[in-house]
Design a protein. Structure first.
Length: 341
């Protein structure tokens, strides 16, 4: 059986791994250069930083077991241990409070998209390949249009793991007569800002959720296990990298053009919270994410399974909006494909 997977985020790469374990021939098509999708890591000339998904909270027993197995293989580490909440506003200073949670927390070693390469090691990997159309040829199988050209190779099954709006468009253009579920999505954005500091700050703090600020999360990115050490190029002293994620509302207001403003807000917010001078910030890097998420009150859709045609779709949107839900989608998709063989 030949399977084509569209999208090499966590869902697509993990699915490739599950199918590979059943000796299924997998080709994976990714429009970007790198793998990982929204779990991506940026290498700048002054250090490495995870600018998308930053930690992996695990709630359900099955996912905790899965992450436990990856831990035993040194592919993930349990981190962070020291999570805090800040109720501080711009006017009123407040001490950090300990964040209480029944979840377990992990990060991938030694960057958030590292496992994607491992999971796809036996797949035929095609990066820089945007799939703009798919079509079903009766009695033959699926054909994909990649970078504007119909590929010669035909597949028995095709799995769309792109976000729902992109997957939905591909299904609609495929001209198969099928009724698609009404799955209401809205677009939002998030500015993710990496800041390199010339000194170690906030000892004993790994991550802070900010409740009353323009920043929603601050994470000591270079404090994650097995990250490369960073140094101040001028003094040779050990430095560190934090990543600030601005709130969706503020990011929407700033838009893609608001990079300078986003960097300045993140810099000011971090320096105020940790009482460090602005000049401690040596370097910054900003990434603007724009993504669809289920509308408020919209129940997760589950995976789409058109076994009759060998067409499947799923992603984090099938079960939520996190890496845990991407794992659940990959598992459900693999079961549907294997059972429908
Ligand atoms: C700023 C930010 C912070 C986050 N923080 C966390 C966190 O801390 N913890 C957590 O658990 N989750 C977090 N998330 C959510 C998490 O990143 C996602 O749930 C998860 O990565 C989704 O994986 P996926 O494979 O389903 O989708 P994606 O990562 O979106 O992967 C889909 C892939 O499909 C590719 N693609 C799309 N269309 C096409 C096409 N036509 N042809 C070829 N390829 C295509 C895309 O390039 C992409 O690589 C965060 C997300 C963002 C944006």
């Amino acid at each position: 059986m030949k399977v084509a997977i569209v999208g090499a985020g966590i869902t697509g790469c993990l699915l490739a791994n599950f199918l590979d374990l059943k000796s299924i021939d997998v080709s994976i098509f990714e429009k970007s250069r790198g793998f990982g999708g929204r779990a991506s890591t940026k290498q700048t000339d002054w250090g490495q930083c995870d600018l998308g998904a930053t930690i992996v909270p695990a709630q359900q027993a099955g996912f905790m077991n899965f992450m436990g197995t990856l831990c035993a293989q040194d592919r993930v580490s349990q981190w962070p241990k020291n999570i805090f909440v800040s109720q501080q506003t711009t006017d009123i200073k407040q001490p950090l409070e300990i964040f209480v949670s029944d979840k377990e927390y992990y990060v991938f070693n030694s960057k958030m998209n590292a496992a994607c390469r491992y999971w796809t090691k036996n797949a035929k990997v095609q990066s820089n390949n945007l799939i703009s159309q798919i079509r079903y040829i009766v009695g033959k199988g699926w054909q994909l249009k990649s970078n504007g050209v119909w590929q010669e190779k035909l597949f028995d099954k095709v799995v769309l793991t792109a976000p729902w709006p992109q997957s939905q468009a591909l299904i609609e253009q495929s001209e198969l007569s099928m009724k698609l579920p009404d799955f209401s999505q809205s677009w939002t954005s998030c500015w993710s800002i990496a800041l390199k500091l010339d000194q170690l700050v906030a000892s004993g703090v790994d991550l802070v959720y900010l409740k009353e600020q323009s920043i929603r999360t601050l994470v000591r990115d270079s404090g994650k296990p097995l990250r490369p050490q960073t140094f101040d190029a001028d003094t040779g002293r050990k430095s560190e990298i934090w990543v600030a994620q601005l709130t969706n509302k503020l990011s929407d207001d700033l838009g893609k053009e608001g990079k300078d403003k986003a960097i300045s807000i993140a810099t000011k917010g971090l320096c105020e919270l940790f009482d460090v001078p602005i000049k401690s910030v040596l370097n910054t890097y900003g990434h603007y994410w724009r993504y669809a998420r289920p509308r408020e009150g919209q129940k997760p859709l589950g995976i789409l399974n058109q076994q009759k045609y060998g067409l499947y779709a799923g992603g984090d949107w099938s079960f939520g909006a996190t890496i845990e839900s991407a794992h659940e989608a990959a598992l459900s998709l693999s079961q549907a494909i294997i059972m429908g063989e």
